[in-house]
Design a protein. Sequence first.
Length: 491
Amino acid sequence: EKVKTKSLSKKLVDFTQVDKELLPTVIIVGRPNVGKSALFNRLIQRREALVYNTPADHVTRDIRDGIAKLGDLRFQVLDSAGLEAAATSGSILGRTADMTANVLSRSQFAIFLIAARDGLQSMDLQVGKWLRKHAPGIKIVLVMNKSESLDESDGSLAAAAGEACRLGFGDPIAISAETGLGMSELYGALKPLLEEHMFQIINDEATLESSPEPEESKLPLQLAIVGRPNVGKSTLLNTLLQEERVLVGPEAGLTRDSIRAQFQYDGRTVYMVDTAGWLERTKEKGPASLSIMQTRKNLMRAHVIALVLDGEEVAKTKRSMKHAEIVIARQAVEEGRGLIVIVNKMDLLKGKQKSKLYGDFIKAVPEEIQKLIPQVTGIPVIFVSAREGKGRIAVMRQVTDTYEKWCLRLSTARLNRWLRKVMSRHSWKDQAAQPKVKYFTQVKARPPTFVAFVKGKTVLSDTEIRFLTKSLKEDFDMGGIPIRILQRSLS
Ligand code: GDP
Ligand code: GDP
């Protein structure tokens, strides 16, 4: 058994061939000025003109990501500038810790960066302590940058390395992001870790199942409310916020003005992502277009997008969605966001509530929406009246339900039991045509992403992928969730 899996892992871990979405994620963490950006730039093989020098700059910087190339290794790399400001300043608030947890949940590995010539500083110790607390499932590699500035011959480099051991993350790997010194040692340290990770993803059910999973669905939820002018977004917003409204300042890892408000629902933090007036402003030209692009980016960063429609108008025009609304809903789905539709102003249709017309309406709207957005099945549609202050529970229940499904992780064992059932359920024309899916595994949540490992040179057709997608959605009740299925061949 062992021999068999060994040869399998060797064949599969050709990082240059792995889909981008499957690559392991490595976050670079360290106090300001240790050279995180310099290392990031070297790894993604881009020279940036601007290397920030003052710690103050870090507060305003975003988390950057890119694909690192290190020999034949490929991985996703995150530059955590901005994170360290939160980790080390005295003014950390709980919600900042939430945000950083959000970022850390995207990584499996961390490069803990220190600087050789500066000696060990108290801030380094703080970062180490913080990592231990917030990154329990993450493998950490200690790396000592700026090593070219210390002499190997007089023992000062060895002394710095010895001091760094005090952090408790083992011997540091000495590098210089500036000159490229030590990059092959870094490769040597990362390669077995990343290979092991890939190997587990594709092959080792037992390890996958026993590995502790972060409770991702408990992380803060980012919700965006969008819609054309006058559909009742602001009214709905106030209904959702009630008296709990808290204005939020800039946060690490988020654009300064992307968060509009924060509230608690059912023990969970909800951030309202500011997308105010997105549809209003799309028609404007000129200087406004830059901010449109920004709001659009914020919108597509939200976990759940709630699209609000004016129920009275829908009833009058007998059309659920207009062009702009269809565009935004489709884009939300393409970007992998959870989508829900809210039909507002239902109080205006109250008089007709007992009529057949009303019943038809409740039935027809979701059907039409489904036809307009065929990319994802089972989009939840809820009917509310924001003016009457009704709908908070209905909306928030649907939002959290969608979010939880968006975060869903299914174990490999469960998926493979499911796969066998599905394969027998479908009547394949002839036995030979049956796709040879050997394993099925979930590699990512938020949104759920699966990999079907197919035997030999078999490639799943679009129809087969659609069949698997539809079955997954039905069997695991994932309406409105844009799930993805990738395929890899096992030879
Ligand atoms: P960050 O704050 O951790 O992102 O650090 P930066 O990448 O902005 O680098 C901080 C300073 O250290 C800059 O002035 C860089 O030029 C310098 N620096 C980065 N890497 C090295 C290195 O390997 N050797 C030396 N001598 N300086 C470096
Ligand atoms: P926004 O432009 O989408 O933010 O819409 P507003 O929240 O400003 O609402 C536009 C208008 O619709 C206002 O006059 C609201 O009072 C009204 N409105 C909002 N929600 C409801 C509702 O549930 N029922 C009714 N009848 N009117 C509503």
